[in-house]
Design a protein around this ligand. Structure first.
Ligand code: 4AD
Length: 430
């Protein structure tokens, strides 16, 4: 049994091949039926002709419907008019299942398509997005293995908040109230004391009330933590990571990018190092150069970042946010009071934040003060505080939203299209 993509080659011309898959398109004109068949690898036009098949077979094939499953044996030849340049002349076949009418057709409403996501996923565009997603996930892990990081796992049921109480999902855990994790960061911090450089890929959960183009309530979070790293060291690994992921997509998914109409040159033009700009300077630039009504202290949400990043073709790091805008664990900048040693990585073409990271507070009293100032009880964080008691060291880390990276690389207009089963404020099915 061959895969369709493998037989789309001059080497196969005149040879017999067997393929199996699903009917992608079908049209019949009396003596001839054209069936475009798809499998996971590609599509090919198959031709049923009464010269090779008896009347019953011709009837059976011409009555097939979209998404019926079938195995076909035939001979390959070149056909420039066929959708992928080659054609399979059918000699024999086996039908696995002849469908009733497949519910997904052109011009359907978004809600209908989301309700039928389990079927919509088969579309050619979605298949390509999922292949690119697969490359992004693999490349993320590869990069960190190559750079001597260890992969670790953290729990999803947790008793502490990392990113503030407003986006916590509460769960009844055998009668006790616990939360679904917002981030594995604190657990990763515990693990650097044995492994020094660690990463994890896991879901994070945010009870996001906002309906934006970039928020999911369950998203795939790639997180990294490195002992002895400062903010700049971390940014260097991140820009090389992003470049590596993009290069892998260019290498492995050229055809998929074409299918989803994403201009590969936009990705080829991404260059390292990425520009670093302090939050303070970005706010001035946003006002002066982009005419935005922003001032020091304003938080940057989806809209603000969009309005800034449509002016960029390369990602940028925004560093030194004001203390008031970030969570308690970020390390204050000793040289710039009121600022913290952190960074967000904003993707170009309006996409905005894909990474948040920076240095962590490693002094015990500083951490206790920050917990208190944020009305958090240090007892709840005893294990996190302990890290500053026993062999504390400078360290940094970051969290990258894999769904956001896929959204950007694929040039999608909504994060929902980057993941098979999006979870949002309004949707938990299928
Ligand atoms: O900026 P965030 O909230 O940072 C953290 O959770 C840190 N504890 C990470 C760390 O340092 N280990 O989230 C990190 C990234 C964001 O930059 C964004 O890409 C993604 O996670 N993200 C979301 N992606 C989709 N839907 C959401 N609701 C997201 N919230 C954050």
């Amino acid at each position: 049994m061959e895969k369709i993509n493998d037989i789309l080659s001059d080497n196969f011309i005149g040879k017999e091949a067997s393929i199996r898959g699903w009917v992608y398109r079908i049209r019949s004109s009396g003596k001839i039926t054209f069936i475009v068949l798809r499998d996971s690898s590609n599509i090919i036009q198959c031709i049923a002709s009464s010269e090779k098949l008896d009347e019953n077979s011709m009837k059976e094939l011409s009555s097939l419907t979209v998404e019926s499953s079938i195995e076909i044996n035939g001979i390959i030849h070149r056909e420039d008019r066929a959708v992928t340049g080659y054609e399979l002349l059918i000699l024999s076949y086996k039908i696995y299942e002849r469908n009733e009418n497949f519910p997904i057709t052109k011009d359907l409403g978004e809600e209908f398509l989301l309700d039928n996501r389990h079927l919509w996923l088969r579309s050619r565009e979605f298949t390509s997005i999922l292949k690119i997603r697969s490359t992004v996930f693999r490349a993320f892990a590869d990069f960190f293995y190559k750079n001597n990081y260890y992969q670790v796992q953290a729990p999803m049921f947790v008793s502490t908040a990392t990113e503030g109480g407003s986006t916590l999902f509460e769960v009844n855990y055998f009668g006790e109230k616990v939360n679904l994790t917002q981030s594995s960061q604190f657990y990763l911090e515990t693990l650097i004391y044995s492994l020094e450089k660690v990463f994890t890929v896991a879901p994070s959960f945010r009870a996001e009330k906002s309906r934006t183009r970039r928020h999911l309530s369950e998203y795939w979070h790639a997180e990294v933590e490195a002992a002895w790293y400062n903010n700049e060291d971390m940014m260097r690994d991140e820009e090389n990571l992003i470049k590596y992921i993009i290069d892998e997509v260019i290498k492995n998914n050229e055809n998929d990018l074409k299918i989803i109409n994403r201009d590969i040159n936009v990705l080829k033009n991404i260059k390292v190092p990425f520009e670093r700009i302090r939050y303070k300077d970005l706010m001035e630039k946003a006002k002066k150069d982009f005419g935005l009504d922003l001032k020091y202290g304003d938080d940057l949400g989806a809209d603000e970042e969009y309005n800034i990043m449509i002016h960029y073709n390369n990602p940028i790091f925004v560093t030194n946010y004001p203390e008031s805008l970030k969570t308690f664990y970020h390390r204050p900048d000793p040289d710039n009071p009121g600022e913290i040693l952190c960074h967000d990585l904003l993707a170009p073409e309006g996409y905005g934040e894909v990474v948040g990271g920076g240095e962590r507070i490693y002094n015990l009293n500083e951490l206790l003060d920050r917990l208190k100032n944020n009305n958090l009880n240090p007892d709840d964080y005893y294990w996190y505080v302990d890290l500053r008691r026993y062999g504390s060291i400078p360290h940094s880390g970051f969290g990258l939203g894999l769904d956001r990276v896929v959204t950007w690389i694929c040039g999608l207009s909504n994060i929902k299209d980057s993941i098979p089963y999006p979870r949002t404020i309004r949707r938990v099915k299928p």
